[in-house]
Design a protein around this ligand. Structure first.
Ligand code: AMP
Ligand code: GLY
Length: 414
């Protein structure tokens, strides 16, 4: 199978690592890719935000399967264009990707499908925002309605800050605060059947102890030993399957990766957000443990044959990833600094590039994702932090407490 992976982040590097090791894959192309994917896949230039260009490249490289990594091309309609060219595509249509592209759309689908989530009010004016903040009370949760790379959400006890964020965004959702540890559950779907992957936990805040602003994600681990065994099945039955069924009922089936972001509240699992693609950095740990053919799984989802897919096989043990971010992230990151240690096995690349001089340099906010597996969570964590210690990047930041609480207490970290 000839596979084209679209994107240039750590998620795409992780996807390429699994696909490159998959005997079912005869050719692997990544576009536009980063310095990490360049070592394992053929690179092609691409403006991923242009659906016609994605489809033309898929035809040009004679892809049997296109895997679209990030949300922006999906929301722009890249999967529709690839499918229109007669090529199997892992990734939802433009309309189905609205599940991530518009938080208001996601709430509407959840309401129709009876999916448990936070109560929310869509607000456009300052008066509506004030009324909603009053109704839900602190801590205040204010979300930009559109795509914001994980940075459009403010959770704060400070009412003025909440109102200011709302004013800066324009169209926002003000939400009830959900109290409880967060879980990311990736569900592969062909629009009818749903196959869950291992649950993972992401660390969204920049600072140790879950302090500071939200980021795209600073680290992750899987699986979650503390999560009751029946929870995954429960989330598929109460969240993923009804959502997939509702989108099919609307005539806009969702085929690809339904990322269910949950808070495990005292009243049960509640959806915090949906994404329409693999999460980053959770993908790095989930795929590190997958033993089944990734190409086979994604192809089954892209071709409507997931019901016939055999049960997934997983490596025993655990995986941990620690994100190394540039100085000033999640603000405008410092760029172009040389990196050493970035080529250690397990160091997955996000924002990197290699210049003609052969030097690896930072080229984004999240730069690297140090990923390791182990027979236990402790071993995986130690190995991941050893990789981090082997990396030098001036001014870089990383959290020192990824998976620490789960390890200490066998209970959730955040
Ligand atoms: P989102 O982009 O919707 O995933 O939000 C980013 C992060 O903000 C989440 O991972 C949570 O940590 C936090 N968050 C979002 N919505 C809520 C909520 N209703 N209650 C508590 N925390 C939330
Ligand atoms: N790790 C969160 C996300 O991918 O949106």
């Amino acid at each position: 199978m000839r596979v084209l992976v679209v994107g240039s982040g750590a998620r795409e590097h992780a996807l390429c690592l699994s696909l490159a090791a998959d005997p079912a894959v005869t050719a692997l192309i990544c576009a536009p890719g980063n310095a990490g994917t360049a070592t394992i896949a053929e690179h092609r230039g691409l403006d991923a935000s242009d659906p016609a260009a994605v489809a033309a490249l898929a035809v040009d490289v004679r892809a049997d399967l296109v895997v679209i990594g990030p949300e922006a091309p999906l929301v722009a309609g890249a999967a529709d264009a690839v499918r229109a060219a007669g090529i199997a595509c892992f990734g939802p249509s433009r309309q189905a990707a609205q599940l991530e592209g518009s938080k208001a759309f996601a709430k509407d689908v959840m309401a129709a499908a009876g999916v448990p989530t936070a109560r929310a009010a869509l607000c456009v004016t300052a008066e509506q925002v004030a009324a909603a903040l009053e109704e839900f009370g602190p801590p205040y949760v204010v979300k930009d309605d559109g795509l914001a790379a994980g940075k459009g959400v403010v959770v704060t006890a400070d009412r003025r800050q909440a109102a200011e964020h709302a004013a800066a965004c324009g169209r926002v959702l003000v939400e009830e605060y959900l109290d409880g540890p967060e879980v990311s559950l990736f569900c592969v779907t062909d629009g009818v059947s749903v196959l869950p992957l291992l649950p993972a936990q992401d660390f969204k805040r920049i600072g140790d102890g879950d302090t500071g602003p939200n980021t795209g994600g600073m680290g992750a681990y899987a699986p979650l030993d503390w999560l009751p065994a029946e929870t995954v099945e429960q989330v598929v039955a109460q969240v993923a399957q009804p959502t997939v069924d509702e989108l099919r009922r609307r005539g806009t089936p969702f085929a690809g990766l339904l990322y269910v972001g949950l808070a495990m509240t005292a009243a049960g699992p509640r959806v915090i957000e949906f994404n329409a693609r693999f999460g980053d950095p959770e993908t790095q740990v989930v795929l590190a443990l997958l033993e089944s053919s990734l190409a086979g799984l994604l192809h089954a989802a892209a071709t409507g044959t997931l019901a016939e897919h055999p049960p997934l096989r997983w490596r025993a043990g655990a995986a941990v990833t620690v994100v190394i971010a540039a100085a000033n992230y999640p603000g405008p990151p410092r760029l172009d600094d040389p990196i050493t240690g970035g080529d250690q096995p397990g160091v997955i690349h996000a924002g990197t590039r290699r210049d003609g001089d052969g030097v690896l340099r930072s080229a984004g906010g999240r730069v690297l994702s140090a990923t390791a597996v182990g027979d236990t969570l402790a071993e995986a964590r130690d190995a991941a932090y050893r990789l981090v210690a082997g990396v030098e990047l001036a001014g870089s930041q990383h959290r020192t407490d990824i998976a620490a609480k789960a390890l200490a207490t066998r209970s959730p970290a955040s």
